[in-house]
Design a protein around this ligand. Structure first.
Ligand code: GLU
Length: 474
C-alpha cells in the first residue's frame, strides 16, 4: 500500500492571488482529494520585505471563496527555529559552508561572467576556507551567508508527472545561498525542510520552478529525506501567447470576484486551463465531480491560453442554469446594495432574478441591466422626447395606464395580452406600444424585457413613471 497522498499550496503573500496560482492551488487540492489525501496551506513569508499580512489575509479569503479547504495550516515565519536546526545539520555534515563574499565582490563576479558571455555561477571562493579562517572572519564580525555545496558535473534527473523526464546538470548552477547574511533562510532550502517534515508526497507547482527542483533534490539527499514526486504545471498564456500578466487585464482572483464572477465558475474554468476531462465535450463540472475525475495524467504539458470571453460565458451558464435561485439572490444582494438599490424586499429581488437571470453574465452586468427594477425614478434622455411625440405616445401610454389601473398584469404573458389589446383598440403596430413603454419605464430603448419589467414592477412605480411622461407630453 502506498503512502497517503499529501499535497500543498505554498503562496508567498506578496500580492493578490493570481489566476495562475489559483489554478495551481486547485490542481493540488483536487489531486489530494481525488486520492483521499491531505491538503496543506503554507504561507511562504520568509521574505520579510515583500510579505504583507494584508496579502496573507486576502489570499486565505480568496482561497476559501473559491471553495478550497485545507487540513493543516503553516506560516514559514513561525518556523525559523526548525530551519536553523537543519542548516546546522548541513554545516556539520559538510554540505554547506559560510560565505563571506561581499555584495560588491559577487557583483564583480557577475559582471565578469557577463563580459565573457557565460551564465553566472558563484566562483566557490569561500568553499575551501579552513575552520581557522572561518573562525577568524567570524571573530572580525564579517557578515556571512550560508551556501549549499553543489557537486560538480552531476546530472540531476526526475520523472515529472506532467512534463515527463527532466535532467539538469549541476554545472548549470553554482553553490547557492540557503541562508542570507541577515539570517533569513531562502526559498529553495525551507521548501525542502517543510515539504519533507510535512510529509508532502506530491509537489505540484508552476513550471517556473523547474530550475529550482535540482537544487531542492540535492538538499533532500543531503538531509536524508525521501524525495517527493514533482508535477510542474505549464504556464498560462494570454490570447497573444505571452505569459498571462496585468497587460492582459484583470489577472487576480479578487478582480473577478469583484466583477461578480461566481466562485464555482472560476474554479471550473481554471480547471480547464491545462487539464482535459476524460469525457470529451463536457465542460461544466462541480467541485465534487472534479474531485472524482481529476488526475495529473490528464494535465497537458503545453501552455494553456486564458480566454476571458469563455470564462464570462461559463459564468453566465452558472448564473442562468447551475446555481440555485436562492444562492444567486444571496450573491446578488450585496452588488445591488452597493449600487444604492433598495433590496429590503428579498422576495422582490428573487422574483426579479427568476425572470432575468438569463440576461446577464456577471453581477456587475446585472447591476446595470436591472436598474429599472430597483431605482425610484428613471431619467429620460432629451433625444427620446421628440421620438415619443412622433410615436403619438400620449394615446398609447394613457390607455395603458387606464388598463393597468383596472387590473395590473402579473405575468409577462398577461402583459403581452394587454399590449395586443391596446394595439387593436388604437389600430397601431406593436412597436408603437412597446417603444413608448420602454422609454417611459426604463429611460432607454434597449435593455431588459419590458414585459417582465411591467409584470414585476409595483403598480405605483409604473404609474409614477408613466404619469411623468404624460405630463410632459400633454
Ligand atoms: N512560494 C513559492 C511560490 O509562490 C512556492 C513554490 C512551490 O510551490 O514550491 O512560487
Amino acid at each position: 500500500m502506498g503512502k497517503k497522498v499529501k499535497t500543498r499550496f505554498a503562496p508567498s503573500p506578496t500580492g493578490y492571488l493570481h489566476l495562475g496560482n489559483a489554478r495551481t492551488a486547485i490542481f493540488s487540492y483536487l489531486f489530494a482529494r481525488h486520492n483521499n489525501g491531505g491538503f496543506i496551506l503554507r504561507i511562504e513569508d520568509t521574505d520579510k520585505e515583500r510579505s504583507k499580512k494584508e496579502y496573507e489575509e486576502m489570499l486565505i479569503d480568496d482561497l476559501r471563496w473559491l471553495g478550497l479547504d485545507w487540513d493543516e495550516f503553516y506560516r514559514q515565519s513561525e518556523r525559523f527555529d526548525i530551519y536553523r536546526e537543519y542548516v546546522n545539520k548541513l554545516l556539520e555534515s559538510g554540505h554547506a559552508y559560510p560565505c563571506f563574499c561581499t555584495p560588491e565582490e559577487l557583483e564583480k563576479e557577475r559582471e565578469e561572467a557577463k563580459k565573457k558571455e557565460i551564465p553566472y555561477r558563484y566562483s566557490g571562493k569561500c568553499r575551501d576556507l579552513t575552520p581557522e579562517e572561518v573562525e577568524k572572519l567570524k571573530r572580525e564580525g564579517k557578515p556571512f551567508a550560508i551556501r549549499f555545496k553543489v557537486p560538480e558535473n552531476r546530472v540531476i534527473a526526475w520523472k515529472d508527472l506532467v512534463k515527463g523526464s527532466i535532467a539538469i546538470n549541476t554545472d548549470d548552477f553554482g553553490d547557492f545561498v540557503i541562508v542570507r547574511s541577515d539570517g533569513s533562510p531562502t526559498y529553495n532550502f525551507v521548501v525542502v525542510v517543510d515539504d519533507a517534515l510535512m510529509g508532502i508526497t506530491h509537489v505540484i507547482r508552476g513550471e517556473d520552478h523547474i530550475p529550482n527542483t535540482p537544487k531542492q533534490i540535492l538538499i533532500y539527499e543531503a538531509l536524508g529525506f525521501n524525495i517527493p514526486e514533482f508535477a510542474h504545471l505549464p504556464v498560462i498564456l494570454g490570447e497573444d501567447r505571452s505569459k498571462l500578466s496585468k497587460r492582459h487585464g484583470a489577472v487576480s482572483v479578487r478582480a473577478y470576484r469583484e466583477e461578480g464572477y461566481m466562485p464555482e465558475a472560476l474554479f471550473n474554468y481554471l480547471c480547464l486551463l491545462g487539464w482535459s476531462p476524460p469525457e470529451e465535450g463536457k465542460e461544466i463540472f462541480s467541485k465534487e465531480e472534479l474531485i472524482k475525475i481529476f488526475d495529473l495524467k490528464d494535465v497537458n504539458d503545453s501552455p494553456a491560453v486564458f480566454n476571458k470571453d469563455k470564462l464570462k460565458w461559463m459564468n453566465g451558464v452558472y448564473i442562468r442554469e447551475v446555481l440555485p435561485l436562492e444562492v444567486l439572490v444571496e450573491r446578488a444582494i450585496p452588488f445591488l446594495e452597493r449600487a444604492g438599490y433598495d433590496v429590503s424586499d428579498k422576495e422582490y429581488v428573487k422574483k426579479v432574478l427568476s425572470y432575468t437571470r438569463d440576461s446577464f453574465e456577471t453581477l456587475s452586468e446585472m447591476v446595470e441591466r436591472l436598474r429599472p427594477f430597483f431605482v425610484d425614478d428613471v431619467e429620460i434622455d432629451d433625444e427620446y422626447w421628440s421620438f415619443l411625440e412622433d410615436m403619438k405616445a400620449y394615446d398609447t401610454l394613457s390607455l395603458f395606464l387606464e388598463k393597468i389601473r383596472e387590473k395590473k398584469p402579473e405575468t409577462p404573458e398577461e402583459v403581452k395580452k394587454l399590449v395586443k389589446e391596446i394595439q387593436k383598440t388604437l389600430k397601431v403596430k406593436p412597436p408603437q406600444v412597446w417603444k413608448p413603454l420602454r422609454i417611459a419605464l426604463t429611460g432607454e430603448l434597449e435593455g431588459v424585457g419590458i414585459d417582465i419589467l411591467i409584470a414585476v414592477l409595483p403598480l405605483e412605480k409604473i404609474e409614477r413613471r408613466i404619469e411623468k411622461v404624460l405630463k410632459r407630453l400633454s
